[in-house]
Design a protein around this ligand. Structure first.
Ligand code: GLY
Length: 401
């Protein structure tokens, strides 16, 4: 049996229809509303337990996605009273994000964009929230403190400058829109200058010859050059972690959007091409693209990778020529259709998430990660599923990123 589908086979898959997308998004909004009272001043953790997220505090790198779901639900709610409930809950969460950055609680890492774009930048863009703006600008100030001039990148984690942490990760590309937004709001180019430097370093170093990507790139802290690549959450160093590849797809779209560098369109096609050539027959990637059809008994999927990739393709298709734009929009619609048909929560009594079968961190004999959220809902998967549906239904949507 072949492990992955071919490009020709991909052509024959159905795309999600407008009617299906409307039904799917409306169910997401109902799911958010059903469980809203337990998640207003509390936040879901990164992953569910048997399909149910537990409420917890505003910590870690993932809480912004849930507030992002509240804003997407707010934008798509069917009546004024639901809208008001969602708005009130989202604003309470924005208050929590302001407190978090003011008190510097768990912000010593690079994930300020994941935290503050879908929560506080969204609040500001949608409602003019002063708290949202203040919080997001403080988060941007925090993020630029992680810039390393030797090598020109934003250090992901750990003590600044330590040789064993002198690295960036592919995911960081999605943290950078916060910096472009901060420059636009303040008129100060210091944020976007740093973002642009990081983008160029990432684009130069993260894509491998076969078009797969490194999760983590260690830089030499003396020369500033590529030292070595590694993975934390993928199967092994040289394999392609599915979500890393998906962050690469959305990340190159964002890199192009903000820099306008033509070569990034080519990079986007390479990274997307690798992802698409490593899809199993139902179009939902295994957690690492090493795996494919035949590996179901031992290896879980990561449905979040499919929807992140779809969002990246929908974003990039805004800037491409007609033929490419039609192609990537069509692929995105196929990915979303597969997730909708096979992986989405259809009965909101059975889960408080939106899509099933995500994988946060799976331990392998070769990686260093702590197992968490394997074959569960993951909060960014839920968020990007809603974003993807929303993009399809509202092509002029003002993005939070
Ligand atoms: N940014 C971490 C992850 O995708 O799991």
């Amino acid at each position: 049996m072949d492990k992955w589908i071919t490009t020709e086979e991909l052509t024959g898959y159905p795309e999600i229809t407008k009617r299906e997308a409307m039904k799917a998004l409306s169910l997401c909004v109902s799911g958010v509303l059903k469980y809203l009272d337990g998640f207003t001043d509390r936040f879901p953790g990164p992953a569910s337990f048997d399909g149910f997220y537990k409420p917890g505090e505003n910590k870690g790198w993932t809480t912004g996605f849930y507030t992002g779901e509240l804003w997407l639900a707010y934008e798509n709610a069917g009546n004024e009273s639901d809208k008001k409930r969602l708005l009130d809950a989202a604003n309470i969460q924005v208050g929590s994000f302001l407190e978090r950055i003011e008190k510097l609680y768990d912000v010593e890492h690079h994930d300020m964009g994941f935290l503050y774009s879908p929560s506080c930048v969204a609040a500001y863009k949608l409602t003019g929230s002063k708290e949202g703006k203040k919080a997001a600008l403080l988060a941007a100030d925090k993020l630029i403190t992680r810039f390393q001039p030797v090598g020109e990148f934003i250090q992901a984690w750990g003590e600044m400058g330590a040789a064993d942490n002198y690295r960036f990760i592919i995911d960081c590309l999605l943290n950078l829109p916060l910096l472009y937004w901060a420059s636009e709001e303040t008129g100060d180019d210091k944020y976007k200058d740093i973002a642009e430097k990081h983008i160029h370093t990432a684009m130069d170093n993260v894509i491998r010859e076969d078009d797969s990507t490194w999760h983590t790139v260690f830089m030499d802290n003396v020369t500033g050059k590529f030292h070595h690549g590694a993975t934390c959450q993928g199967y092994k160093d040289g394999s392609a972690w599915a979500r890393g590849q998906a962050w690469g797809i959305y990340g190159t779209a964002v890199a192009y959007k903000y820099t306008g560098r033509e070569e990034y369109i080519g990079y986007f096609k390479r990274v997307s091409g690798y992802f698409l050539k490593h899809l199993p027959v139902d179009l939902c990637p295994f957690w690492d693209l090493t795996f494919g059809d035949g590996d179901e008994a031992t290896e879980p999927r990561d449905s979040s990778s499919a929807v992140i990739a779809a969002c990246g393709m929908l974003e990039m298709s805004k800037y491409m020529d007609t033929a490419d734009s039609v192609y990537y929009t069509g692929i995105a619609r196929k990915l979303i259709k597969a997730v909708y048909d096979i992986y989405s929560v259809k009965d909101i009594d059975t889960s408080n998430g939106r899509i099933l079968h995500g994988t946060y961190s799976k331990k392998s004999p070769y990686n260093t990660c702590t197992p968490e959220g394997v074959d569960e809902c993951v909060i960014w998967g839920d968020y990007y599923y809603m974003e993807a549906l929303n993009r399809l239904l509202n092509p002029d949507w003002k993005i939070y990123w």
